[in-house]
Ligand binder design. Structure first.
Ligand code: SF4
Length: 704
């Protein structure tokens, strides 16, 4: 077949780069950056530029497989038998134990239409809010931060703001590795305008720090104290915008009272930095004509994740640095479509169109639109709660799609116990090699990148089209099609004789139904369609009916989507992380990304070239900590936390301060002796966002 090019979108991180897939209609043969895509203007990083090498069929799930007993191997079956069986088991479980005895755990890798279909399945057909996503591990603290401070889960900035800002604060993000193409844009902007100031807040001296004018290597988890300390100085020096605060915010007096206690000396002590560097940081922010902050998992994956987000947003509200070019709080979304998931309601507490599952009015609006009697009122289980409910037998049928909780959730031993004990586990996956697939009673092969079609929303609220270039291998099917086919079979059990809620011809039809649920909401994208995005190119929401272009920047008028129209300044005191350094566990383990790997490595782990940067799992420790334990680089050591242990080589790493350790998050038990990185991490969660503290575990290291 002739050589063809299909414009699509990268499936890895939240930058959302446009890619041109080169193929012959059967096989993907190459990939290039799309010069017409506004996120990347033709650039790709090491992961995106090797996407065409990820088609290793040996790693793929190719046929439905079913087993009739936990101790038995799965046998190949056909789609009819697989989905009929799943529908019968789910129906029987619901009949016997109620709708909350089943659950769905889905993924920020899914496309918007897949998400929407899953939501409708769980809430409208099954009647449960037990649907959560791995976005709970990624962005849920940012969601809470935006909502409680600004009134809506809406990052207000655009990528151009990163290039236009006079002062950027990058907190808890190794952007050079995790969002490489946006970092390249920042590097280019800094080269053009060296007067642009960049502050990096990170316990480690990461590659991102190479671009920094100021690096604050704070002690892990002390961000709230730092942000309050910065605000203390801004107030003291008169570097706040009192008129803007009075016109557009509420809660200032309470916050002012709180930050009085966060003197430079006290904050320097808590954060383990010098008073001088704190003063410099505040001055750079306070005197900048525009100030932008970027953050990622270092703030979100924390028992204080919501407070960290709100404390950082406070700095913008106190200085009026929001809603104008180069200014604003700007979370960097981890996953390619975590935003799309939030939009369609794919966290247990949400409903489509940024609605709340706990809001009776919101439930009624969605139920009316779906033409069903009512939506479930019971509180849905969030990721950590959900797997604990599986472990103790409350959840009896679990459907996992496009994610690998046996590798990615904290306190991994318990997750494995939960999956082993669950009476019926369905895993809908493109890759058969993941740790979670071992627990599948029913494995459903899903189409992967380049083989399916739908929308994704990137960090700047921009919807891009992911297009199908080649057929899926074997019998793999698109995720939305699997969900709708299963749902139609389940309807025969749960609402026989009634018209189906799941008759969709294609993803465009799903999108058209979904978008009406956003009309009049903060994220209104009712003016968009697959066809219009193809015509206009990727667009940022809101894009209401009748609009001719998207909206690059929010809150330019200083009006916020809260009841009063004002933003809220929050006065949350600093709280120490759950685990502290102590005699038995004297090191704090931080986890994070490698430049060339993605999540649990199901895709990137198939590309030899991507191991060129880092070949194997290695624990990084400051040279003093190695010496103290009589360890040398390359020695094998046992890394132990309260929850489990791993054996792996150590290396001296001066980017890490004494008292800390660093291990990439990617390694699962396919690559490590012991379960994987997350056997060590703890399931303690932020009280509001329910996001677990994946970056702060007490550990010890011993020579073996
Ligand atoms: Fe893909 Fe992110 Fe790299 Fe862009 S920066 S090519 S979206 S992994």
């Amino acid at each position: 077949m002739a050589h063809q090019t299909t414009a699509s979108t990268c499936c890895y991180c939240g930058v959302g780069c446009g890619v041109l897939i080169e193929h012959d209609g059967e096989q993907i043969t190459g990939v290039a950056g799309d010069p017409a895509h506004p996120a990347n203007h033709g650039r790709l990083c090491s992961k995106g530029s090797t996407l065409h090498l990820t088609g290793d069929l040996a790693a793929r799930a190719l046929h439905p497989e079913l087993r009739s007993g936990k101790a038995l191997p799965r046998d190949r079956t056909d789609w009819d038998n697989a989905l009929d069986h799943a529908a019968a088991v789910f129906a029987e479980t619901i009949r016997e134990h109620g709708p909350d005895s089943v659950a769905f755990y889905i993924s920020g890798q899914l496309l918007t239409e897949d998400y929407y279909a899953f939501n409708k399945l769980a809430r409208a057909l099954v009647g449960t809010n037990n649907i959560d996503s791995n976005s709970r591990l990624c962005m849920s603290s940012a969601v809470v931060g935006y909502k409680r401070s600004l009134g809506a889960d809406a990052p207000p900035c655009a990528y151009e703001d990163v290039e236009q800002s006079h002062c950027l604060l990058i907190a808890g993000s190794n952007m050079a590795y995790a969002h490489p193409v946006l970092f390249r844009r920042l590097e280019a902007a800094k080269a053009r305008r060296p007067e642009m100031k960049i502050i990096v807040v990170d316990p480690r001296r990461t590659d991102t720090c190479e671009l920094a004018d100021l690096h604050l290597a704070i002690l892990p988890g002390t961000d709230v104290a730092l942000f309050h300390g910065i605000l203390h100085i801004l107030l003291w020096e008169g570097w706040i915008d009192r008129a803007w605060i009075e016109a557009h915010t509420e809660g200032f007096d309470e916050l002012k009272k709180l930050v009085r206690d966060y003197s430079p000396a006290a904050v320097a002590d808590i954060c383990g930095i010098s008073v001088g560097s704190l003063q410099t940081c505040a001055e750079l922010i306070g005197k900048a004509p525009s100030f932008l902050s970027l953050w990622c998992m270092g703030l979100n994956q924390s028992t204080s994740g919501s407070a960290k987000n709100s404390a950082l947003i406070n700095l913008h509200l106190a200085t009026g640095q929001i809603g104008k070019p180069g200014a604003g709080p700007f979370s960097l979304t981890g996953q390619p479509n975590a935003m799309g998931g939030r939009e369609t309601g794919s966290l247990a507490n949400l409903l489509p169109g940024h609605r709340e599952a706990g809001n009776a009015g919101h439930r009624a609006e969605v139920a009316d639109y779906w033409r069903i009697d009512a939506l479930p009122e019971s509180t849905g289980l969030t990721a950590i709660e959900l797997f604990e409910a599986v472990r103790i037998g409350r959840i009896k049928a679990l459907w996992i799609a496009c994610t690998n909780p046996a590798q990615s959730l904290p306190d991994q031993q318990k997750i494995h116990e939960a999956l082993a004990a669950c009476p019926f586990v369905v895993v809908q996956e493109a890759y058969a090699t993941t740790e979670t697939c071992r627990y599948a009673d029913l494995l459903l092969p899903a189409a992967g990148w380049g083989e399916k079609e739908g929308m994704v929303t990137n960090s700047e609220r921009r919807l891009s089209h992911v297009r199908r270039a080649v057929p899926a291998p074997g019998e793999a099917r698109a995720d939305w099609a699997i969900v709708c086919d299963f749902a139609r079979r389940l309807e025969k059990h749960l609402r026989p004789g009634r018209p189906s809620l799941f008759e969709f011809a294609d993803p465009a039809a799903l999108f058209d139904e979904y978008k009406q649920l956003t009309a009049g909401r903060d994220l209104d994208l009712s003016g968009l369609s697959h066809a219009l995005i193809d015509e206009l190119g990727p667009q940022q929401w809101p894009f209401p009916t009748g609009a001719s272009r998207g909206t690059p920047r929010l809150y330019a008028d200083g009006v916020f989507p809260t009841a009063s129209g004002r933003a809220h300044l929050h006065a949350d005191p600093y709280r120490a992380p759950q685990e502290r350094r102590e005699a038995r566990y004297p090191l704090i383990l931080n986890t994070g990304r490698l430049r060339d790997q993605w999540h649990g490595m199901s895709r990137t782990g198939t590309v030899a070239r991507l191991f060129g940067h880092v070949e194997e799992a290695v624990l990084g420790l400051h040279p003093d900590e190695l010496r103290r334990r009589r360890l040398a680089g390359g020695d094998l050591a046992r890394l132990r936390s309260r929850r489990g242990s791993l054996i792996l080589p150590v290396q001296a790493d001066e980017s890490i301060r004494p008292g800390q350790a660093f291990l990439p998050m990617h390694w699962g038990d396919r690559f490590l002796k012991g379960l994987g990185t997350n056997v060590l991490t703890l399931p303690a969660c932020d009280p509001l966002s329910k996001q677990p503290e994946l970056k702060h575990a007490g550990v010890e290291v011993e020579k073996v």
